[in-house]
Design a protein around this ligand. Structure first.
Ligand code: PMV
Length: 313
């Protein structure tokens, strides 16, 4: 039996602008994961079961019209392998359609377990490219930020089509992730931003440029350990995302409630129009902030620590 897993992720700064080549900052959420288990099942071919969704896929040229079958087919083709007699069971702790990278994490966990079962050596770069292919197939024009942060399980400074840049976290810091409970499809929100961009290229470009500048400043603060300075940057980044039309009433309420309860900063995270928001609180006010978030309508709060990862060291 082989096992693997992959983390959820949060985008700290720069979502949407990232699609247009501006920098963004993202980190894995290692405590919330997609998990895969592969069992040898002679005579079955390759079967993939999503246990919590009660779905089953097969991998093969005609069955690659679902994300998992697609990833398996691409991977087998890339490494010149035939479908093995294997049953892979997948489950995920990551909320779906909530900006936490559930799709990329499931693909990554599947890729890892299949490669382990086939005993094929691979680089994270190869795996990242395969997962990105699946992301492109299902999400239109993704920047590649989700698959990169999840495959490398590493806080990153991300610029589309550029080599991965690892963030040096000078001082680990905690974030709260508030789930609005509202589902939202990344592709729809990315399409909305594209329409805005097409109707007012210069106005939207100015917003993207400011967001890109915020990501660059955030990197400096993270790498110098002046974490508190991230708060105002988060608040401004959220205002710019509101201007792009990617927030929602509940996201705005949660951000306002967190800041009103003493948080240093808060913003939506990921595609927006639902999904998650993140909060930079401190020990003294964290409980008040959590209470305020729940009152504002958050259905779940996850605590996470942004810290260096051992994977690339
Ligand atoms: O998948 P989500 O909801 O975390 O959104 C990804 C971030 C976007 O910038 C909105 C899209 C992208 O591909 O970068």
């Amino acid at each position: 039996m082989f096992q693997s897993s992959a983390p959820a992720k949060v985008i700290l700064f720069g979502e949407h602008a990232a699609v247009y080549g501006y920098p963004a900052v993202a980190a894995p959420v290692s405590s919330v994961r997609a998990l895969a288990e592969a069992h040898s099942t002679p005579g079955t071919g390759l079967q993939i079961e999503l246990t919590d969704l009660q779905m089953m896929f097969r991998a093969g040229p005609h069955e690659a019209d679902n994300p998992l079958g697609k990833l398996a087919a691409l991977l087998l083709q890339h490494f010149g392998q035939k479908p093995p007699d294997l049953t892979i069971r997948m489950r995920s702790e990551i909320p779906i359609a909530s900006g936490m990278g559930s799709g990329a994490a499931i693909s990554t966990a599947l890729g890892k377990v299949l490669l382990a079962a086939l005993d094929i050596p691979y680089t994270l770069e190869e795996l990242n490219e395969l997962v990105f292919e699946v992301e492109k197939f299902y999400h239109g024009t993704p920047s590649g930020i989700d698959n990169t942060v999840i495959v490398y399980e590493q806080p990153i400074f991300f610029v589309k089509d550029h080599p991965i840049e690892k963030l040096n976290i000078a001082r680990p810091f905690r974030l709260l992730i508030g789930d609005t409970g509202d589902k939202s499809l990344t592709k729809d929100v990315v399409d909305h931003v594209r329409k805005q961009y097409e109707s007012d290229p210069s106005g939207i470009k100015m917003i993207f440029e400011e967001i890109g500048g915020i990501s660059a400043q955030a990197r400096q603060h993270i790498e110098s350990g002046s974490t508190d300075s991230l708060g105002p940057l988060m608040i401004r980044n959220h205002e710019l995302l509101q201007k792009l039309g990617t927030s929602s009433k509940k996201l705005d309420r949660c951000v306002e409630a967190a800041v009103g309860a003493g948080a240093l900063g808060a913003k939506l995270s990921g595609a927006g129009r639902g999904g998650n928001m993140i909060v930079l609180a401190n020990e003294a006010n964290e409980d008040d902030v959590k209470t305020a978030l729940l009152r504002a309508g958050a259905v779940k709060i996850i605590d996470t620590e942004i810290k260096p990862s051992a994977l690339l060291d």
